[in-house]
Design a protein around this ligand. Sequence first.
Ligand SMILES: [Zn+2]
Length: 222
Amino acid sequence: MNKPLNFVLIGKSGSGKGTQAKLLMKHFGNPFYISTGDLFRGLAKTDTAAGKKIKKIMLKGELPFDDLAITLWMHEIMYKVKEDQGFILDGAPRRLTEAEALDELLELLERKETTFILLIDISREEAFNRLSKRRICKKCGRLIPWIGEFKDLKICDKCGGELKIRLDDSPEAINCRLDYYNKIVSKVIKYYQDQKRLIRINGEQSIEDVFKSILKALNDYY
Ligand SMILES: [Zn+2]
């Protein structure tokens, strides 16, 4: 039996890594999907001391302490990923300590060689445009990306609802997120690059072409 493949998706907000994660899931027979953003939002909804605190921190647009992110995704991998199942980590690691913790876990699971680090690369300008112009459906909450044919949508393509700009996508909030990326996530990128494990994908293409580039790059590895 072949060892299951695992994917780590890194990229600025707006790079479309969540969309690519879904395509990878389809293509590789449903690896277990882990989104750190979803995990934080899930925790913020719980009626626990931690949940209430995290909710306040997230509303201010700040990030909880380093070990919390590690705890959340590590718990998911430990408790939910089956022996013959791969996983996709979307939105982590964002910090160097997280990347190092992930490597220790991958070594424990003997999955370091079968884990691919994919950077969906878009420029800061492109990220800013996508984030400031993307819209959300008032009725069903679907997030409409500012990319390709979605730019021309006048109403929601799923339910026909009215579209509006997201409130938390103010220019200040977007710049804050992109500054964080430049300052902190860039260290994680360098960490993988120095070890020659980083697979850089041009994210400024259509969704289909980004995915084709991923598959082509993976082909060179296995
Ligand atoms: Zn809708």
